[in-house]
Design a protein around this ligand. Structure first.
Ligand code: HEM
Length: 219
């Protein structure tokens, strides 16, 4: 989400509109979904818990807290003026973001393993975790080598995967609303489809955005 290639006024306006939409939805979803896991009370879990695993709620909570932080910190890192003016802050926030992704990923693997929402959703979450960690490792490796453009590209990919959590919840709301009209839709099929679709859409939009920037910078 860097504005390096965004030079014209309409393009800049569009960039800020996209950034504001992304930020507002990230804050809204983090604010809506994470608090249920702050209380330490399993009865508040929004997901059905595995009756055979006493620690299931804890793994979701240990995932949701750092993941919520990731969602909130990401947009700050993409503001060019902040990044250029306050380099030390960008580095500190970047480290907090990285550590949070790692903690959230470890807990996500456990939460996915204990999940009672079906094998297909479990596989989606395992692959999402792998892609989340891989893109993070690439972002770190490239910035350590001074490859700033590549670092930005990998961070766009990484945050897009974080943002899959927002897209998932939008799809869930739409899918569950559709159930009142299409009775053959099961909750499990809505959940699984939303999980896969949220990853595809988030990663696809990120790749589209990266290509658009590359094309614009060559004009
Ligand atoms: C991008 C990588 C992510 C992965 C692989 C992942 C994985 C998971 C898994 C496996 C579960 C349990 C699902 C189940 O039992 O079926 C879960 C739940 C949850 N995740 Fe994530 N997640 C990711 C990102 C995020 C982000 C960025 C947030 C920020 C809000 C988040 C917040 C939550 C919350 C709050 C829950 C509990 C369910 C709910 O109440 O909606 N996750 N996640």
């Amino acid at each position: 989400m860097a504005t390096a290639a965004v030079t014209s006024r309409p393009a800049r306006r569009m960039w800020w509109a996209a950034w504001a939409t992304l930020t507002v939805s990230a804050v809204a979803i983090a604010g809506y979904s994470v608090p249920a896991y702050l209380a330490g009370d399993p009865t508040q879990s929004r997901l059905p818990l595995n009756p055979d695993v006493a620690l299931h709620y804890l793994t979701i909570a240990l995932h949701a807290l750092p993941a919520g932080l990731v969602l909130l910190l990401g947009p700050v890192q993409f503001v060019p003026a902040l990044r250029d003016k306050y380099r030390a802050m960008h580095r500190i926030v970047g480290r907090v973001y990285m550590v949070s992704v790692v903690f959230a990923s470890v807990a996500a693997v456990l939460a996915a393993t204990f999940s009672v929402n079906g094998f297909s959703a479990q596989v989606a979450f395992y692959l999402l975790t792998a892609a989340w960690l891989y893109s993070l490792a690439q972002a770190y490796r490239t910035i350590r080598r001074g490859q700033v453009r590549l670092h930005r590209i990998w961070m766009i990919r990484n945050y897009a995967l974080s943002f899959a959590a927002v897209v998932l919840r939008v799809f869930l709301v739409l899918g569950l609303a559709a159930r009142s009209r299409y009775e053959w839709l099961t909750v499990e099929s809505v959940y699984t489809t939303s999980a896969w679709a949220s990853i595809l859409v988030s990663a696809g939009v990120a790749e589209w955005f990266i290509v658009q920037r590359a094309v614009a910078s060559r004009r």
